[in-house]
Design a protein around this ligand. Sequence first.
Ligand SMILES: [Cu+2]
Length: 279
Amino acid sequence: MKLFSRLTAYALPLGILVVSGGAAFAALGHAVPWQMDLQDSATPIMDDITSFNTFLFWITTAIAFFVLVLLGIVIVRFNARANPTPSRTTHNAPLEIAWTIIPVIILVAIAVPSFRLLFLELDVPKPDLTVKATGKQWYWSYAYPDNGNFEYDSTFVAEKDLKPGQLRLLTVDNELVVPVNKIVHVLVAGADVIHSFTVPSFGIRIDAVPGRLNDTWFKATKEGTFHGQCSELCGTDHAFMPIVVRVVSESDFNTWIAQAKQKYAGAESAPQNVLAAAH
Ligand SMILES: [Cu+2]
């Protein structure tokens, strides 16, 4: 009884933690301490990933609970004391058919939405804007081929240089800026080794491979600042090449483009990453 009351004492705060987890620990655009769920979604793809994740969670929970109940029945009803003369049955056709068919049905139920999501992620709709992200040791470069083809580097801001409110390990000097509610096609390449362009709130992750052009897309439906990190182990400073995407209104984006063209004008004459990637 003492054990039971102690268990309840532990379980209660844990239960509150789990129930309130969604609201208390989620944040838009970055991870937070004690976060248990996925980051809040900012794109239709991430909405689908989140609901698929919840769907899988309930399937696995139901299976785990079912197995637990079966184990409980075996322990209680079929131990040596409760059941001294065990049954010698070795075959049961209906049961064997059931435990083959039911898992197949479960797998098909998982596969259908899984493939649907995969096609949605890989099939790039007609883009409103194309940007190119090049992973380098150890920072990202962003180019805007539709808007003057300027390119600039996005480098890590060290902890000692952070301004109040800026996130440790997740802040850069020059962010990737995109308009809200527009389909953004992202071309991704690596200039030296393999990196990976990842923004959890957008549900995107794609490897940046030298000599190869990968692509992904997103349509951010919320304005704000979204943080990601290089997600392929790429060397000593792998942990220090964050990705920051700032989603702004269309008019703010046009203003930014006009300024950026001036600011990064000199960069146009610099060697293109495509060439760097081919070497
Ligand atoms: Cu990297």
